[in-house]
Design a protein around this ligand. Structure first.
Ligand SMILES: O=C(O)C1=C[C@@H](OP(=O)(O)O)[C@@H](O)[C@H](O)C1
Ligand SMILES: C=C(OP(=O)(O)O)C(=O)O
Length: 489
């Protein structure tokens, strides 16, 4: 372990001085999104829209094919087809899995194929790459990279894991440090704490590890490592963030127990099924629901088949606490340990004063929806505060800064603090040209706000929504938006 490890809070505070530069991207190549404000609906009755499969559950379902004892053929239904999930497929193929896209979100993963090598991405600090090990690149998807590193460290598969230029800036010590405590050997090939890494030797010590970050990816990497190694372990973590890995392993029959933020894994047997169904993504459902509430002129919006795992419902919960009419209808079915149901939104934002996030578990339950929550907050009259959000600085962009800049470009008054945002409502918002920062969550939040402002908004590089929500524009059109991708660039 390093002698002095900065806390996430300290690192986030330093990042403030660095401004958004650290995570800002170069000028985007992606097409813009062009939005004309106002709702265009033929009738105002109840509406139902479907959103794609959950990104996090899709990643875990695909990676289950690497667990020991996984079936020769694993079929994943309703997988998210965005760039972040797709980014995992070449890495799986390089490890000797065949992955076929059968259409309609069905991916079939077969063991025992001839490995398809990936091209090595040049790195200014690396002249000689380790020979005779697979090179696995996971694009810009941190979930894909971190969970994969955990699995490789569990199965004892030597490999290099890398990512694109943005992912190469994101922290990997969050997972490497605990894996090393468990006896794994993982080398940084370039900058310490960053990709690319070489996974050299497996976890082998039954230690009790203590995680310093709330990141579900960090916890999942450790759990997948010990589950793959069949190594009993105890994992203490600071906050209950999304628990899809725990639910998936428990659904496989693994002996996993949690008490007082301590997870105990008994190292016993489990069975990976041959079919995994992915529920719809609550983080995607948040966009049509937000648009419906911000317009406030529709009857009822229903989004069925959504993953109702409470560790993912923070966006809806915060709005419910503020007075929004959002409810869940339990569909009385579960999949892979995940509860499934319909999200129902009625009415609009009238009567809502402000929103508040002041507890880490709540923040983690809406971690990817912070830009969207800031957009909603900008339309409320009062002062909203989104706190406990220091980990937002380590996403695709520094999302505290990029959220503030995006909402600010509409005229909103937003202050960035070390651990969050204060949004002072009541400012006059206007359409215009706003930055998307090549960050899908920022771009989709901007486009959603633009839908309820008069006039035309261009979200620069907004087509990056394909990372997590390829049919974002179609879904928003289905609820009444006038939105197109500007391919004339
Ligand atoms: O576990 C996952 O699949 C994810 C966890 C979250 O990241 P952190 O766990 O790093 O906060 C989230 O932001 C990301 O979109 C997906
Ligand atoms: C932060 C995200 O994903 P990841 O951390 O996997 O890149 C996201 O999808 O918003």
């Amino acid at each position: 372990m390093p002698e002095v490890r900065k806390t996430v809070r300290e690192t986030a505070r330093d990042a403030v001085d660095d401004g958004a530069r650290r995570f800002d991207r170069p000028a985007t190549e992606a097409a813009h999104l062009v939005v004309d404000g106002g709702r265009q609906l033929e009738r105002r009755g109840p509406l139902t829209v479907a959103v794609a499969g959950d990104k996090s559950v899709s990643h875990r379902a695909l990676l289950a094919a690497l667990l020991p004892g996984a079936p020769a053929v694993l079929t994943v239904h309703n997988a998210n087809s965005g760039g972040a999930v797709r980014a995992l497929l070449p890495a799986l193929r390089a490890l000797g899995l065949r992955v076929d896209d059968e259409g309609g979100g069905t991916l079939v993963v077969r063991r025992g194929a001839v490995p398809v090598p990936q091209a090595v991405r040049a790195h200014s600090g690396i002249t000689a790459w380790p020979a005779d090990v697979p090179y696995l690149e996971t694009g810009g998807s941190s979930a894909a990279a971190r969970l994969l590193i955990g699995l490789l460290a569990g199965t004892g598969t030597r490999a290099v894991v890398d990512g694109d230029e943005v992912l190469r800036h994101r922290p990997m010590e969050w997972i490497v440090d605990p894996l090393v405590e468990l006896g794994a050997e993982v080398d940084y090939l370039g900058e310490v704490g960053r990709l690319p890494v070489l996974v050299r030797a497996p976890v082998c010590r039954s230690a009790a590890v203590e995680l310093s970050v709330g990141s579900a990816q960090a916890r999942s990497a450790v759990l997948l490592a010990v589950a793959a190694a069949r190594l009993p372990a105890t994992v203490r973590h600071p906050v209950r963030s999304r628990d899809h890995t725990e639910r998936m392993l428990a659904a496989f029959g693994a002996g996993l127990h949690e008490r007082d933020r301590t997870i105990t894994w008994d190292g016993g047997p489990y069975t990976v099924p041959s079919v995994i169904d992915v529920p719809a993504d609550p983080s995607l459902a948040a966009y049509p629901v937000a648009a419906h509430l911000m317009w406030g002129d529709g009857a009822e919006l229903r989004v069925p088949g959504v993953c109702l795992n409470p560790t993912r419902l923070g966006f809806f919960e915060v709005l419910r606490r503020a007075g929004a009419d959002i409810s869940y209808e339990d569909e009385r079915r579960t999949s892979g340990g995940e509860p499934i149901g319909t999200v129902v939104a009625r009415g609009g934002l009238e009567g809502l004063e402000s929103v508040r996030v002041d507890d880490p578990a709540l923040l983690h339950a809406l971690i990817d929806e912070v830009p969207l929550l800031a957009v909603v907050a900008a339309l409320l009259p009062g002062t909203s505060r989104i706190g406990c959000a220091e980990e937002l600085r380590f996403k695709e962009t520094d999302r505290l800064t990029t959220t503030a800049r995006m909402v600010g470009a509409f005229g909103a008054r937003v202050e960035v603090e070390a651990d969050g945002l204060t949004v002072r409502g009541g400012a006059a918002l206007r359409a215009g040209t706003v930055p998307g920062f090549e960050d899908h969550r920022i771009a989709m939040a901007a486009a959603t706000l633009a839908m309820c402002l008069p006039g035309r908004t261009t979200v620069r590089g907004g087509a990056c929504h394909h990372t997590s929500f390829p049919d974002f524009a179609d879904v928003q059109r289905a609820v009444g938006a006038r939105i197109v991708e500007d391919s004339q660039r």
